[in-house]
Design a protein around this ligand. Structure first.
Ligand code: BGC
Length: 919
């Protein structure tokens, strides 16, 4: 039976997943129980572009995917048939006017649309019929759909508009338009493209649950538009539409060391809107942004994505977004040029206020000063409810830590901020009351990293613990991984890692949610596997790699932060950071079995690699930052950067092969071999099996990235294990070393040593943070470090992936990616009694769970339908593997073939649920 982990360490966002696992486990019970329930076989989880029933798809050939629901052993899909059309009744009857594939004999469950050209603004219904392992036909319970968006910039009817103010003006502008609709409405869609941020209102109602839309891009190269179904908010007769524009990264008014206030794209926020109404009689009317809109300044008197928001309730104009509002005093709008040539659909999981976190404690200093504690560090906003007289001014200072005297301390996170005066305090919202009874404020166009909020007021106010609530905001990616073990600190570490990952996911991966909010490339590729094991993040990464393509120089160079205003082309952008261009598409390929991102980035990876090759014909490069924030020892930059260069060239060579580019394949394979030879000639001592001076990073990096000659692998690995012992079984690595060290040990015969490092609870270690109360990961190893001291960094987050890769042993098989064949290689490490790991991949939930008792080790596996698994178990001498009470070799037919090499037993499993014992 699947165990659900302790509720106290579970982020709410994974609840859906837990429920799903729980229902799966019920199915498993019925399968093995006495009452053999009827097996229901059906296609499930139909998605288009990795979203469920999405609106506003621009892709001419969208990807369609599904899963087979079938709990039987050996469950698989033998064929599919797709029906796609605009008439739902016809599609449900197996007739479709757009695309019918016929019965295709394949187990493939990810297909690229190849029917008649899709039309814009059109809803397509689709179903997929599947044939199971016995050739029986299974149909979906209900139809799925996707709806196209504008598809082509020429389909926009509205104009880009704004108010006539310049970039220095602080208050955010309102825009409105009232209009009449004569006929009965069948459906309505709002398409909103914005340079900046926005909130959309129709007839007084805020549209949608997204926050901080649209996602940050390099606005002068690519601008995103968002689609909403607004049918429910429209009415026949009088209507009004309202837009509030925020600055976001488009008009960065706060000043800091990255010069976003000088970004080449900077401008007063602007938008273009088409509200497309389909009447009952089939006719269409589009209400658009244009000169007939009116504008006024809003009560949002200042908004900065970087620092905070200021709001003056006295300036509210009740009903501003409703039809009856008198806008005579409002001003004319102006036309603006389009911010970029490319206006494309935002096809991704949006940012939301995903989790509500009530304050855990309040401390009252006096009747004008209070400090709230959320009990955990988050990215997001706080919401305050308060009553006071008009003009009472509250300041809400958000920080990650407190001074000894209990006040909020910003000194660990405001170091790169360069304010020009006192009007824009860091992470401090300013709320002026309207004085009309209870009032609530929550920022719209800003987020922060914080655990504590210090509220000060210029007049006495009465606050209670319930007055303030935190909202954990991030890209709302579905949770698809769970980890639970008999080590409670490790369980908390898994949770803290996920908190840090999510705190740094805002439509692009960031380094930290407070000090920078920068898309630091190095941090992101290091954490990408941790992200992909735990969250369905493909839509975010595909968008972010498009940002990469926008930012790449013609010569192949990428900046160290993406998106960027130009900062980062000269600092920090060697291959150890900007290998994102190769590593992330490759990881997406491994986790989703989808080549599209690799294909989309192929030329970019090539230009990038060619650039390094031109600069460093020797095969070695010192371009990079090296092992960032090390515990103590610093490894040579050339060693780590050259290893990443090798990794990129290897990925490029493999991709060339996948895409059928034979000449490139030969060329880049040879280049990879040359880099490897140069690397080993310079750094490897073949006698001793040491690299460089034998530091942890120097040994881990070549092992992890495959640079060590095969015959020396175990020697180098045992040198690494010895080095760790000599370092008192503690880490002596920085960013690049943490990525490599655990895997370098566990993949090469030293899993116990890796676990010793991973589970340390004394300095320096991950556990040290956790036992000192961390609920996220930190930027530096000492908890009292003096610099690099953000308390919400994901850069040391590889451990989150390692829990899956090593303790659970769940790994994608590069020869059958997307977990079509799962590699199950759990490490039954000695100092741990029990582990339960699950990951939901493209075919369903994979589970790997083991438990040791005094006499035996039990190992439970779930292999999802339409996939297989290759299990490799290390079997200690004298022990045998049993399945269902029988020795493995003579048990079920679903387990074939069984091979033994040394201590390792390897066997192949069909889909299904299995229980093994080692005794
Ligand atoms: C960021 C890091 C980043 C580094 C690169 C820091 O300021 O917070 O996470 O990778 O700079 O140098």
């Amino acid at each position: 039976m699947i165990r659900i982990n302790a509720a106290d360490i579970k982020p709410a966002s994974s609840l859906k997943f837990v429920l799903r696992i729980a229902s799966l486990s019920l199915l498993f019970l019925t399968r093995t129980g006495a009452l053999q329930a009827q097996v229901s076989v059906a296609p499930t989880d139909l998605q288009c572009e990795y979203l469920t029933n999405p609106l506003g798809i621009d892709a001419a050939n969208p990807r369609l995917s599904w899963r087979l629901s079938d709990t039987r052993q050996g469950a698989r899909q033998t064929a599919y048939q797709l029906y796609i059309g605009t008439d739902s009744v016809a599609v449900s009857q197996g007739k479709a006017n757009q695309w019918t594939t016929g019965k295709v004999l394949t187990d493939q469950a990810l297909i690229t649309y190849a029917g008649k050209p899709l039309q814009p603004f059109t809803k397509y219904f689709w179903r997929v019929d599947l044939w199971d392992k016995d050739g029986r036909n299974a149909k979906p319970a209900s139809l799925s759909s996707f709806e196209t968006g504008l598809m082509n910039a020429r389909n926009w009817q509205g104009s880009w508009i704004s108010d006539s103010r310049d970039v220095t003006i602080k208050p955010a502008p309102y825009f409105r338009k009232a209009f009449k609709l004569a006929k009965k409405i069948r459906s309505a869609r709002a398409y909103v493209a914005v340079a900046g941020l926005y909130e959309l209102y129709i007839n007084g109602q805020k549209i949608g649950s997204h926050r901080l839309d649209p996602m940050y891009t390099r606005f002068d190269r690519r601008t995103l538009y968002v689609t909403y179904d607004v049918t429910a908010q429209m009415q026949t007769g009088n209507n009004a539409i309202g837009v509030l524009l925020g600055n976001g990264w488009y008009n960065h008014q706060s000043t800091a060391v990255w010069y976003f206030h000088e970004a080449p794209w900077r401008g007063r926020p602007t938008f273009c809107l088409d509200l497309r109404i389909t009447y009952d009689d089939g006719s269409i009317e589009t209400v658009t942004s244009g000169k007939d809109w009116k504008t006024a300044l809003s009560p949002l008197i200042f908004n900065s994505i970087y620092t905070a928001e200021h709001y003056d309730g006295r300036l509210e104009q009740p009903g501003w977004n409703t039809a009856n509002f008198d806008d005579k005093a409002w001003k004319e709008v102006i036309y603006r040029s389009t911010p970029s040539e490319t206006i494309v659909a935002q096809t991704m999981h949006p940012i939301r206020a995903v989790e509500r976190i009530p304050a855990k404690a309040i401390r009252k200093f006096n009747d004008t000063t209070y400090v709230f504690d959320l009990g955990r560090n988050i990215s997001g906003v706080s919401q305050i409810s308060v009553t006071g007289s008009a003009g009472t001014t509250l300041r809400l200072k958000h920080g990650e830590r407190l001074y000894d005297n209990g006040h909020v301390d910003l000194s660990n996170i405001d170091v790169h901020y360069r304010p020009t005066d006192k009007s824009d305090p860091f992470q401090t919202d300013i709320f002026m009351l309207a004085g009309r009874g209870p009032e609530t404020f929550m920022p719209r166009f800003n987020y922060k990293g914080f655990q504590y909020v210090e509220v000060t007021s210029d007049k006495p106010i009465d606050l209670t613990q319930a007055s303030l609530t935190g909202y954990f905001m991030h890209s709302d990616v579905p949770a698809i991984g769970t980890f639970q073990s008999s080590n409670p600190t490790m369980n908390k570490l898994w949770w803290a890692t996920n908190n840090a990952y999510l705190s740094n996911l805002f439509g692009y991966p960031t380094d930290c949610p407070q000090r920078e909010k920068n898309g630091w490339t190095g941090d992101a590729h290091i954490a990408s596997e941790t992200g992909l094991y735990n969250f369905d993040g493909i839509t975010i990464y595909e968008k972010w790699l498009a940002d990469h393509r926008d930012e790449q120089q013609p010569n192949g160079v990428l900046p160290s932060i993406i998106p960027t205003d130009g900062w980062g082309y000269e600092w920090g952008n060697g291959p150890d950071w900007t290998s994102t261009i190769a590593i992330i598409p490759w990881n997406i390929y491994l986790f989703y079995g989808d080549k599209k991102l690799l294909a989309d980035c192929y030329d970019n990876i090539k230009r990038y690699v060619d650039h390094i090759n031109e600069q460093s014909p020797s095969g070695l490069t010192s371009w990079g930052l090296g092992d960032w924030v090390p515990v103590k020892s610093k490894s040579p930059v050339e060693l780590t950067s050259s290893a990443y260069y090798f990794a990129d060239v290897s990925i490029l060579a493999k991709t060339a092969k996948l895409l059928g580019k034979q000449t490139d394949y030969s060329y880049y394979s040879a280049l990879a071999a040359r880099i490897k030879a140069a690397f080993n000639a310079k750094y490897l001592n073949k006698e001793t099996g040491l690299y460089g001076s034998g530091l942890q990073t120097e040994l881990s990096v070549p092992l992890y990235w495959g640079l060590v000659p095969d015959e020396l692998n175990s020697k180098v690995a045992s040198n690494l294990a010895k080095r760790v012992t000599a370092d008192n079984d503690h880490l002596d690595v920085g960013l690049l070393g943490t990525k490599a060290i655990l895997g370098a040990l566990s993949e090469n015969g030293h899993a116990d040593k890796a676990y010793t490092l991973a589970s340390q609870e004394t300095f320096p270690s991950w556990g040290w943070w956790i036992v000192n109360g961390a609920t996220t990961l930190y930027e530096n190893w000492p908890i009292d470090a003096k610099s690099d001291i953000s308390m919400n960094h994901i850069m040391f987050g590889e451990i989150g992936a390692w829990l899956y890769k090593a303790l659970g042993g769940i790994k994608p098989d590069p020869t059958q990616p997307g977990f079509k064949n799962v590699l199950l290689e759990p490490m039954f490490v000695s100092n741990l009694d029990q582990v339960d790991v699950a990951h939901t991949g493209p075919y369903g939930t994979i589970r790997s769970a083991w438990k040791r008792t005094a006499t035996e080790l039990s190992y439970d596996i779930v292999v999802p339908p339409n996939s297989t698994a290759t299990v490799s178990l290390i079997v200690p001498p004298g022990k045998t593997i049993y399945e269902n009470g029988l020795p493995l070799a003579s048990s079920s037919k679903a387990i074939r073939p069984v091979e033994r090499t040394g201590k390792v037993q390897k066997f192949q499993l069909q889909a299904g649920t299995y229980q093994f014992k080692l005794k």
